[in-house]
Ligand binder design. Structure first.
Ligand code: FMN
Length: 352
């Protein structure tokens, strides 16, 4: 695994924080970028309808920190004119790369021809990519799925088309739209795409540890690896892979560092959004982040039922103190841990 370039932009290390609607916003990306090992950050997918109609939420989604560079804005939509306008807006705010979402399976997105809908309407995809190409001078990239239908996995055809239209990087999540998030991603398709195009190709899907990243890279010869859900569960995953790449022992966070990352995330969220929204987001990450830790299921429930900033902070403090002391965490008064907190698992929840 070695750095690669999208035109003249070096992606080093060749690891990408995969875009996740409702997750990879400014606070989350800051939290992760500070931990190191990320070669490219990407915004959440942003609605071109929202952007081109001056929707404040969509415009806020284009914000980024200078230290995140290289930074890509990802847009979704089905109307070529609006896609091109939105792409221009992304270039104007200083994005290094413009990425087109061709993978979101959410019905609201697909219905309007966007996201994975583009995989079954290649003439529309072609027009969109050509229009965008005319409108911007920064590199255009695409993130695709294996195909729309399980019975017609056309990623190779789509990748060829995207390259012909001027896309300079192809990221492939090896599940179809019909699969949504079920089953496993097909990395052999990543290998096949890599064989037929000359632009860099990155793979996405189910990489949750160092071994998985190296295995996928060896099997497919891909240029880059995207990690999404694995980074929610382990914010150090990129650094650990980078450490291994550079011949160091992979960083292992202490319990104290795990506590700090939760508190830091909560601080970042509160600086960026109203308290109730920050608490909501916190519930998501706390849930992902404590998977596999002692008493994690109980802790997730307790956080899930916390309603104020103090309560969240107190519960985090209690939990980590208890685990550090080697005592079982019972989360007094919390509901039954069998009743798991819901986990956001697609772009659907955030689709406009
Ligand atoms: C909550 C969530 C939101 C997502 N939102 C987006 C998105 O906005 N744009 C996109 O291209 N992919 C999105 N994805 C797909 C991921 O980027 C990634 O391709 C997929 O989750 C497989 O990789 P993973 O197993 O590393 O998570 C999302 C996935 C999740 C779980």
């Amino acid at each position: 695994m070695k750095p690669f370039k999208i035109r003249d932009i070096e992606i080093s290390p060749p690891l990408v924080l995969s875009p996740m609607a409702g997750v990879t916003d400014v606070p989350f990306r800051a939290l992760l970028k500070r931990r190191g090992g990320i070669g490219l950050t990407v915004s959440e997918f942003i609605s071109v309808e929202g952007l081109t109609r001056n929707n404040p939420k969509s415009k806020r989604q284009m914000r980024f920190h200078e230290y995140e560079r290289p930074f890509a804005v990802q847009i979704f939509g089905g109307q070529p004119g609006r896609m091109a306008m939105a792409a221009e807006m992304a270039e104007d705010v200083g994005a290094d790369i413009l990425d087109v979402n061709c993978g979101c399976p959410a019905p609201k997105v697909v219905k309007h021809g966007g996201g994975s809908g583009l995989l079954r309407d290649l003439p529309r995809l072609e027009t969109i990519l050509k229009e965008i190409k005319k409108a911007i001078s920064i590199p255009l990239t695409v993130k695709i799925r294996a195909g729309f239908y399980d019975s017609h996995r056309n990623a190779v055809e789509v990748a060829r088309l995207a390259e012909a239209c001027g896309a300079e990087h192809i990221a492939l999540h090896g599940r179809t739209k019909e699969q949504a998030y079920k089953g496993l991603a097909d990395w052999d398709l990543v290998r096949q795409v890599k064989e037929v195009v000359s632009v860099p190709v990155s793979g996405s899907g189910d990489v949750v540890n160092i071994e998985g990243a190296f295995k996928r890279w060896r099997e497919t010869n891909c240029d880059g690896i995207l990690i999404g859900r694995g980074a929610m569960a382990n914010p150090w995953i990129f650094r650990q892979i980078e450490d291994t790449l550079e011949g160091r022992e992979p960083f292992q966070p202490t319990l104290e560092e795990k506590r700090e990352v939760l508190v830091e995330y909560f601080d970042l969220l509160r600086a960026d959004m109203p308290e109730f929204a920050a608490i909501g987001r916190m519930k998501q990450l706390a849930g992902q982040f404590t998977k596999g830790l002692h008493g994690g299921a109980r802790f997730r429930q307790v956080i899930y039922h916390s309603h104020s900033v103090t309560e969240v902070l107190d519960r985090i403090g209690e939990y980590f103190e208890t685990v550090a002391a080697g005592r079982p965490y019972l989360g007094e008064g919390g509901p039954d841990p069998e009743e798991e907190a819901p986990v956001l698992d697609s772009c659907e929840a955030a689709a406009i």
